[in-house]
Design a protein around this ligand. Structure first.
Ligand code: PEP
Length: 257
């Protein structure tokens, strides 16, 4: 099955509203012809409504980097799926390793957020991945498969694979300049797809997009994208400048694997 590639920018805690506006104004004409690839930008909450307004008439998908699975109530500091949708968000990153490591989100919370996002009609980009210690001690697959299983346990049986995106992000490769080799990325992502077929079904596994994340850059994107099961990238550092993000988008558009 042909899955549409996705190239997603994770700005993390960067950019004022003015900077977000400048970036988006520069990005829009460059992606006007980017056919065959979903371009997504995950902004801080503060610039989300402005970017959503600017991309309204384009194919660019705007999303948040986090949310809480309850819809309203006494949850100081949190925002809900409906609040994100109210300001134009179409997608949300769930369970980024920085949320897990710095803010203590566990597999259960990540799974509940992923299921709630789908239920609300937001596209979740669910992040999974192992630490360096886990990889070195041979525990990579235990960790990653456990994370995927927990998410799928929470996800209703009727959910289509198109409604969910996973991002395999080895934690040791995020923001470090160290990238998984294209073969390692394929190996992990191929196994994740196999696991999804086992715990759900083949249709779901064939339709779900699985991105790679971890120091993806213009000089390594083509080799990573060329891997059969890699459907795109979730990109931090190299997405912060429009010029390099555009190169990643072009590589995703040109890939025919
Ligand atoms: C990320 O933020 O998900 C990420 C992969 O960051 P970087 O590209 O900077 O490694």
């Amino acid at each position: 099955m042909a899955r549409k590639p996705m190239m997603a920018a994770n700005w993390k805690m960067n950019k004022t509203v003015r900077e977000a506006r400048e970036y988006t104004a520069a990005l829009l004409p460059r992606v006007a012809d980017a056919e065959g690839v979903d371009v997504a930008v995950f902004t801080p909450f503060t610039s989300l409504s402005e970017v959503a307004r600017m991309v309204e008439d384009s194919s660019v998908i705007v999303g948040a980097q986090n949310f809480y699975f309850e819809d309203s109530g006494a949850f100081t500091g949190e925002v809900s799926a409906s609040m994100l949708q109210d300001i134009g968000a179409k997608a949300v990153i769930v369970g980024h390793s920085e949320r897990r490591e710095v803010f203590g989100e566990d597999d259960e919370m990540v799974a509940r957020k992923a299921a709630r996002a789908v239920e609300a009609g937001l596209l979740p980009v669910v992040c999974i991945g192992e630490t360096k210690e886990e990889r070195d001690s041979g525990g990579m697959w235990d960790k990653v498969s456990g994370q995927v299983r927990r998410v799928m346990q929470e996800m209703d049986d009727g959910v289509d694979g198109e409604k969910v995106v996973f991002a395999y992000e080895p934690i040791w490769a995020i923001g470090t300049g160290d990238t998984a080799s294209p073969e390692d990325a394929q190996d992990a992502i191929g196994k994740i797809r196999g696991l999804l077929a086992e715990v759900r079904d083949q249709d779901f596994a064939d339709a779900v997009r699985i991105l790679y994340g971890g120091s993806m850059k213009p000089d390594n994107v083509a080799d990573i994208m060329a891997q059969e099961d890699v459907d795109g990238g979730l990109v931090g550092g190299a997405s912060l400048e429009v010029e390099s993000f555009e190169k990643l988008i072009s590589a995703a558009a040109e890939d025919d694997s």
